[in-house]
Design a protein around this ligand. Structure first.
Ligand code: NDP
Length: 361
């Protein structure tokens, strides 16, 4: 028991090789994001009338990294299980790095004299609040939009962690159909995110989320990947079926809003959309609940954890965390929308009374 605790503490102290692996990965993403061909997507209009522009080339960056890694593995330069072998150490290195970045950004951002909506410091004086939410809306480092960057880092890492765990499982002879199906659905989810990366630019995650949570998010993705893959049970196939449905809700809802914001007359589910007060979509998923996209995300998170069975609560850490985060987020978004849209929002709430889950909440 004492030995286990000592081993865990030792694993929590990142080795130089795990720090180097993390640093190389982040440098690759920063360079690839800057130099690879990309679609430049304008972000939402900010309160000072300015607009950020995002380089959406996550898919190219992901595939290039896959090709480079596959070549490295084929040539024997890299072990396919390198990430899986360093699981806890890498998690710990990422966590320490995230903490470091959040403190640096808090300190640097608080002293900023820039008055643009993106870089103006929003300081309340409550250190915990300011550190958690971030003091600048869109912090940048050497021309890289950090929020966009860290969400990309988390999503890309998720795929690589899964692949490394797959290799480990395959080499150990424990891979089975459930494992492959789990991998397939995670990969589809991640690739779909990058195919639709520009949707990120019109969500509040992209616009208002603090960097800290983007980094934190990647840790959860990584941890979920590790746990979900190491414990498999027969429920995977059934989960896979439900994943398809959850995925449609999640992606469909976000896509409908994105399309509506670009063209309020665009058809939703083949019909002209019902619009409240000329501003709010009340058709499609947005006519079922006021945050159907959160419901899709929560169901997806649950279906990623279900294959792990019920023997431990640890694999359910991500859906539980997400449930708390999204309910809290929905409450804040509701207050913001009610203030912004006033009677139009009240009318929308009358028309669509459910917040996230129909007939329950
Ligand atoms: P949304 O993309 O849902 O944005 C909410 C905003 O959309 C509102 O503030 C309002 O903004 C606009 N809006 C609300 N209702 C309507 C309507 N009926 N018609 C038109 N516009 C409307 O929020 P998030 O950015 O929080 O979420 C985006 C995605 O990211 C979700 O799928 C969520 O699940 C996921 N997410 C994942 C997290 C994770 O850790 N895995 C964390 C947070 C989110 P406006 O003022 O522009 O009209």
């Amino acid at each position: 028991m004492q030995l286990d605790a000592a081993m865990l503490v030792a694993a929590l102290i990142p080795s130089w090789s795990s720090v180097l692996l993390l640093a190389s990965y982040l440098v690759y993403l920063a360079v690839a994001g800057t130099i690879l061909p990309s679609k430049i997507v304008p972000g939402a209009l900010l309160s000072d009338g300015s607009r950020l522009h995002y380089r959406c080339n996550g898919l190219v960056s992901l595939f290039l990294l896959l090709v480079l890694t596959a070549t490295g593995v084929y040539m024997g330069w890299i072990s396919p299980t390198a990430i899986a072998d360093k699981g806890v150490e890498l998690l710990s290195a990422t966590f320490i790095f995230s903490l470091f970045v959040s403190f640096v950004l808090h300190a640097g951002g608080s002293r900023s004299h820039n008055q643009s909506s993106s870089l103006k410091p929003y300081v309340t004086g409550n250190f915990i609040h300011d550190w958690w939410f971030g003091v600048q809306l869109n912090p940048h480092f050497m021309g890289v939009d950090l929020k966009f960057f860290f969400v990309r880092a988390g999503m890309t890492a998720w795929l690589f962690i899964n692949l490394s765990l797959l290799a480990k499982s395959y080499l150990a002879g424990t891979a089975n159909l459930s494992v492959f199906l789990y991998q397939l659905f995670c990969a589809l989810y991640i690739i779909d995110y990058f195919v639709h990366e520009e949707f990120m630019t019109s969500t509040k995650v992209g616009l208002h989320a603090g960097l800290w949570r983007s980094s934190f998010h990647s840790i959860h993705l990584q941890y979920t990947g590790v746990v979900a893959f190491t414990k498999q049970s027969g429920v995977t196939k059934c989960c896979c079926n439900s994943k398809l449905l959850d995925f449609c809700v999640f992606r469909g809802a976000n896509k409908q809003k994105h399309v509506f914001k670009k063209n309020p007359n665009a058809h939703i589910w083949g019909k002209r959309p019902k619009v409240v007060g000329g501003k709010l979509l009340a058709s499609g998923y947005w006519g079922i609940t006021r945050h159907c996209n959160y419901l899709g995300d929560l169901l997806l998170a649950l279906s990623f954890s279900l294959p792990c069975g019920a023997s431990s609560v640890i694999p359910f850490f991500y859906p539980i965390y997400l449930l708390i985060l999204l309910v809290w987020r929905e409450r804040r978004d509701e207050a913001r929308c009610s203030q912004k849209y006033k009677e139009v929002w009240a009318e929308y709430c009358k028309l669509v009374p459910w917040r996230i889950l129909p007939f329950v909440y």
